[in-house]
Design a protein around this ligand. Sequence first.
Ligand SMILES: *Cc1c(COP(=O)(O)O)cnc(C)c1O
Length: 395
Amino acid sequence: MEHAAALAAPAVPVPFFTQAATLEAVWPQAEANLAEVIARGKYSHGHMVERFEHVLAERIGAARVVGVGSGTDALVLLLRAIGLEPGDEVVVPAFSFIASASSVVLAGGRPVFADIGPDDYAIDPDAAADAVTDLTRALMPVHLFSQLADLGALAEVADRYAVSLVEDSAEAIGMRWDGRHAGLHGSGGVLSFFPTKTLGALGDAGAVITDDDRIADTAAALRHHGRFGRTLAHFPGIANETVLPGFNSKMDDFQAAVLLAKLTRLDADIARRAELARAYTERLAGCPGVRKTPVLVDRGVPTDPVFYVYLVEVERRDALAAHLAAHGVGTETYYPVPLHLQPCFADLGYRAGQFPVAEAACAHTLALPLYPDLPDAAVDRVCELVRAFYTGNPT
Ligand SMILES: *Cc1c(COP(=O)(O)O)cnc(C)c1O
């Protein structure tokens, strides 16, 4: 009888993402910060944004953090700030979020794709080297899911061909290579504070991060219509003139207020994510149908991984996702279409089959729920559902 009752009880849904409990924990601090913004009356590009930029810069060990409207904007501004010119090529992995490549187009350049490695899902350094031409201006590795691209080898390729290294480190807050934070290994990088990210706001926000004052100053001007506002060391004598056609991509002080509060628990959030990832990997070990759980690649130097996304490679991916959805479990496909086959890049002339590792990743990977609010029991349930799907034993 008890068994029948348990079966009949509706299972608690497991959303792909929620941050309700995390937010509740930091709300008193967030509320105080928000009240301060309201009292000061400047809601964008104001003192809370400046405070957030300084606190975050200290935290990640960057000389400069420039808060902007989104991670995507940060990529466009960073590429513009390094001086990308029309026709310049940027080597980008074929497997990433669309913005890694569309930012290149929006900054006036041309993305050139390269295949990825099968374990880190990041650009393969040899493939990146092969993609370099006389027009190459930069390599743009993307650090996805839980670990950094091979920055040692990529910095060496960038040096060899005298091209810039810019990092799409939108997902990589907390990740370090030999002690140095993601995004600070070449000209600069970006962070996204989209709500689902490891440090998530309550809407869109992002940042350019760099140790180069000229790049930071240029990005800071570009976010604000190309106005420098104050006299800056690298651009003497210009205060209020517009010297570059810019954007309106200022960071919102209300988002900065929330982000400053959430920053106080970033380490705890990262530790909880690691704990949940370990639990998934243990419970999915040997599960039929699961081809691969995350593999952290040994780089020969200390690296700090951060589980932003828990990605598995599975058989019959879409059917598994549908099975989980039918049982109230949310999943995501990161990323369903490789960049070289996206319709918006059709004029670049790529074909299916050119980047087999990226194409296989698009076909077989699935992201399972992973966020600090997720209870241990939810991991058990998701793993039981996965096992039941492949063994044909309905739970
Ligand atoms: C989230 C993300 C972006 C874009 O950031 P937004 O803040 O959503 O604009 C860019 N690149 C990667 C790899 C991302 O994961």
